[in-house]
Design a protein around this ligand. Structure first.
Ligand code: CP3
Length: 347
């Protein structure tokens, strides 16, 4: 389909198609039996992300079931530290584990010059998915993504998943010059990585700042808004028109300043954000995306329908993309996702 007619790209560009286009964060993953099967076949998660044939197949799996308007590249935000040479593994039941970087010597081990070669299989996945969509789901647009520098740094510095990232926040306060060097390196590598995804066929690009909301307002401006704005400037120099989505999770009212200053056309709301408040306070030219509680999809039934309808009612008439407020969880019954798709399609 003509690029400009895809509903998702129209919404990202400020139009308000209704019913709204939708996709779901983590729409490919463990809640789907066909994903678990390919995951087992690949062995480990990094092998799955770096085997283009398998990663492309996994990206397309939810589209075949539910016909989402957006397909998101199957990869992970931590593939950038991996491409920079930081040792990474995903331990069963524990999540990601990295060799932590907390000083200048650690920073010196990163190899920005190696990124281009290391991401080659991921770019091949992008190209394969784009061709697959052309053939199977021509209305569905392909979204590329990266983590925002602060969120990626949370894993690089703490060395593991969590909910606090105390080491990272401490380092940002204790040695802001060192932390700024890490963030600057991530800004530059992220621009390179996202532009390469666009060149390979991604039609929109999303920045996940999942942990931005842990920061104080001053730290949020310095480590979330400013680096995201620098990434947007870097991308805009080469691709002035590609739709960009920012997700400053847990930002609360700072989402307004994020929307004003970062320069993305679309801002994603987390589950805690009141969509009516966002509609009233975020600049009217900005497309909003979100923000159904992933647990409502686990619950299903009347509760799911009521929550989804209240979001639709709040967003009617505004440039809007229906999504979850955070990633879909492995416990989600696949038939509840089908029910949600039917509710959204009625509008
Ligand atoms: O479908 C999609 O959304 C595309 C693929 C995607 C994954 N991760 C696949 C994945 C995307 C966009 C991400 C982003 C990501 N990864 C974020 C930002 C969004 C968010 O959830 O806040 C973050 C913080 C990560 C880091 C990460 N990756 C963690 C903490 C974990 C372990 C926790 C978990 O859910 O297992 C991962 C692993 C991961 N990334 C899985 C998937 C499908 C599970 C891996 C498996 O199959 O075992």
């Amino acid at each position: 389909m003509e690029h400009a007619q895809k509903p998702l790209l129209r919404a990202f560009s400020g139009e308000a198609p209704w019913p709204p286009p939708f996709w779901l964060m983590r729409q490919a993953g463990r809640y789907l039996p066909e994903y678990r099967q390919l995951r087992a076949q690949a062995g480990d998660f990094i092998a799955l992300c770096t085997t283009p044939e398998l990663a492309a197949e996994v990206t397309l799996q939810p589209i075949r079931r539910y016909g989402m308007d957006g397909a998101i590249l199957f990869s992970d935000i931590l593939m950038l530290p991996w491409a920079l040479g930081q040792p990474l593994r995903y331990a069963e039941g524990e999540g990601p584990l990295l060799a932590p970087i907390r000083d200048a010597a650690g920073l010196a081990t990163l190899r920005p010059g190696a990124v281009r070669a290391n991401i080659a299989p991921i770019l091949e996945t992008v190209a394969r998915v784009r061709a697959g969509l052309e053939a199977e789901a021509p209305r569905t647009a392909l979204i590329g993504f990266a983590g925002s520098p602060f969120t990626v740094a949370c894993y690089m510095v703490d060395g593991k998943g969590g909910k606090e990232f105390a080491e990272t926040r401490r380092l940002a306060h204790a040695d802001p010059l060192l932390f700024a060097k890490l963030i600057r390196l991530l800004v530059d590598s992220t621009v390179e990585y996202l532009l390469a995804q666009a060149e390979a066929g991604a039609e929109a690009l999303m920045l996940f700042d999942s942990w931005a909301g842990l920061l104080s307002p001053a730290q949020f401006r310095r480590w979330s808004i400013e680096p995201a704005a620098a990434i947007v400037r870097g991308i805009r120099k080469v691709r002035p028109d590609i739709p960009l989505i920012g997700f400053p999770r847990l930002a609360g009212p700072l989402i307004v300043e994020y929307a004003d200053r970062v320069g993305v056309g679309t801002v994603a709301m987390d589950t805690g954000m009141d969509p009516r408040w966002a509609a009233a306070n975020v600049a009217p030219g900005v497309t909003l995306q979100g923000n159904l509680d992933p647990q409502a999809v686990v619950a299903g039934g009347a509760a799911l329908e009521a929550e989804a309808r209240s979001i639709l009612a709040a967003m009617r008439g505004r440039p809007f993309v229906f999504n979850l407020g955070h990633g879909i969880v492995p416990q989600t019954p696949p038939e509840h996702v089908a029910a949600l798709a039917r509710i959204i399609r009625i509008g």
